[in-house]
Design a protein around this ligand. Structure first.
Ligand SMILES: NC(=O)c1ccc[n+]([C@@H]2O[C@H](COP(=O)([O-])OP(=O)(O)OC[C@H]3O[C@@H](n4cnc5c(N)ncnc54)[C@H](OP(=O)(O)O)[C@@H]3O)[C@@H](O)[C@H]2O)c1
Length: 247
């Protein structure tokens, strides 16, 4: 294990998109070939000289190079510095912490960034792409709980009941948007969260209202983005980047 002052018995780690890229070698995720995967973990402190993290305390860690440049959560034990750890409230539970995991943490980061730009529920609907995925599902559910009207953008058919159950008010499929079109489209969204990149992100930006904002989280379909400056200059649309590993 990579060295670290606090020893943890790992209880749970969630499986994220990047973990799959690392495991299959599809993406250059592991900075060293021998790094243990797992972008996050929760568990119990078993070795510590840090009074803030006494033995027996339950902790969670997300990002900070876990599963990329430092041994991650797919292991029985981990050794981490205190600045990567957050103590869990007694009763919350290490299982619940990883059910939320990187996906839920990232969705909330994106929502907070949109809120910081003044995107409020009364301003109009939001759109979330990659809707059936981890980040997309948490984003829809959290936004719905906060009073936002959310449209779910998905590639899948047959998932309407699921998306409605987690809070989507409208469901958009492949037939509802086009990868091509003019630099500005009819303005529909006050904001959005994109997990897919490429043509979908471009469409979301081009159909965002004056003063709206889109949070770019993922690139499940493509890292490329083809868009003119028109949405940004003529409509004052903001594009914000989210990185959960460096919070
Ligand atoms: N920036 C950050 O800090 C951060 C943190 C976590 C994750 N991410 C990134 O965000 C993206 C989503 O993560 P996730 O955990 O939600 O992943 P996930 O659970 O695997 O979901 C990905 C979703 O993207 C959609 N999708 C569209 N085109 C796709 C394609 N060509 N291949 C695969 N999926 C496609 C699918 O939803 P539909 O069928 O409903 O369209 C799929 O369910 C990934 O790119 C991930 O690396 C970034």
């Amino acid at each position: 294990l990579d060295p670290g002052p606090i020893g943890i018995r790992v209880h749970y780690s969630s499986v994220n998109y990047k973990d799959a890229l690392a495991a299959t070698g599809t993406g250059k995720i592991l900075r060293r070939p021998e790094v243990i995967g797992g972008l996050d973990l929760s568990g119990e402190v078993i070795v510590s000289e840090d009074p803030d993290f006494p033995c027996g305390s339950q902790v969670v860690a997300v990002g900070g190079g876990l599963g990329e440049s430092r041994d991650g959560g797919f292991s029985e034990y981990a050794r981490l510095p205190a600045d990567l750890l957050v103590r869990l409230d007694p009763g919350f539970g290490t299982r619940a912490a990883m059910q939320i995991g990187t996906a839920g943490f990232t969705a909330l980061l994106a929502i907070r960034r949109l809120q910081a730009l003044g995107i409020r529920p009364e301003d109009g609907p939001l759109v979330v792409s990659g809707a059936t995925g981890g980040v997309g599902s948490f984003a829809i559910n959290l936004l719905d709980g906060m009073g936002y009207a959310v449209s779910a953008l998905t590639h899948k058919s047959g998932c309407e009941a699921y998306l409605q159950a987690i809070g989507a008010q409208a469901i958009l499929g492949l037939e509802d948007w086009s990868p091509t079109g003019p630099p500005l489209l009819s303005a529909r969204w006050t904001g959005g969260i994109d997990n897919v990149g490429g043509a979908e992100l471009s469409w979301m930006i081009r159909s965002t209202r004056r003063g709206g904002a889109i949070a770019s989280v993922g690139m499940a379909a493509s890292p490329e983005l083809r868009v003119t400056v028109f949405p940004f200059i003529l409509r004052g649309v903001s594009l914000i980047g989210i990185n959960s590993t460096e919070v």
